[in-house]
Write a protein that binds this ligand. Structure first.
Ligand SMILES: N[C@@H](CCC(=O)N[C@@H](CS)C(=O)NCC(=O)O)C(=O)O
Length: 224
């Protein structure tokens, strides 16, 4: 298989893991170089390709460069034989819109709720702010209930239609990640259908091969 491209990132980044799930489904060889160093994102060479200086950042074997985790995953989804399954067919504009709705949901209703606790309480890069912590957790609980409802209490295996799409891949990434430190037993008990849906996805080889065993915390991280 000829390499399709590289994604620059530190290891264990759920935005990259989602893209790897998509690449594998489409049979695309995408490398995540092990020698990546965060400092390299501020070099003139990196900034020339990725002006925000952030990761994940994708560089194609053909020279095409694109940033933003969701855009990278969507580019990989559209670049192989499973494009229609993952993104919906161009004829079925409503299905495509529904998949886009869930992609936007993941990026705006899940990622920003999961990350504050990680940055403030796990990495401790930012000072703890109780209001932001509580606000993010309340919004995350609300979003989990939305997933619970959309999957009919975990009875539906996929969010859109009867097969795996980008909706499931994008939504599950931050929730798999969040279960390790924030989505604790109490939060899981409030949205059991959403958790059943996630457990079903996690057992699929497409996810298991990339995310491995999903870690689940008993109690959420708190103020340091
Ligand atoms: N909107 C971007 C955000 C990416 C992001 O915030 N990346 C962080 C690491 S997780 C980063 O590169 N930070 C370096 C910086 O802010 O200079 C995406 O969804 O991909």
């Amino acid at each position: 298989m000829a390499p399709f491209g590289k994604i620059y990132s530190y290891p264990g980044n759920f935005r990259v893991q989602r893209a790897q799930v998509v690449a594998n489904i489409n049979g695309l060889e995408v490398e995540v170089p092990a020698d990546f160093a965060m400092e390299s994102t501020k070099t003139p060479e990196f900034l020339a390709k990725f002006p925000m200086g952030k990761i994940p950042a994708f560089e194609g074997a053909d020279g095409f460069c694109i940033a933003e985790g969701a855009a990278i995953a969507m580019y990989l989804a559209g670049s192989g034989p499973k494009a229609q399954q993952l993104m919906g067919s161009v004829q079925d504009i409503q299905k495509r819109a529904r998949i886009s709705e869930w992609i936007c949901f993941a990026e705006t209703e899940l990622n920003p709720q999961v990350l504050p606790a990680f940055v403030m309480c796990v990495l401790k890069y930012m000072p703890f702010n109780e209001a932001s912590y509580n606000n993010a957790n309340n919004n995350l609980e609300r979003a989990l209930k939305r997933v619970d409802q959309a999957t009919d209490g975990g009875k539906k295996q996929f969010l859109v239609g009867e097969e795996l799409t980008m909706a499931d891949i994008m939504v599950s990434g931050p929730l798999f990640f969040g279960q390790g430190f924030l989505i604790d037993q109490k939060m899981r008990d409030a949205a059991p259908g959403a958790i059943k849906y996630l457990d079903n996805l996690a057992a699929m080889p497409e996810f298991k091969n990339v995310f491995g065993e999903i870690k689940k915390c008993e109690t959420r991280v708190a103020a340091p």
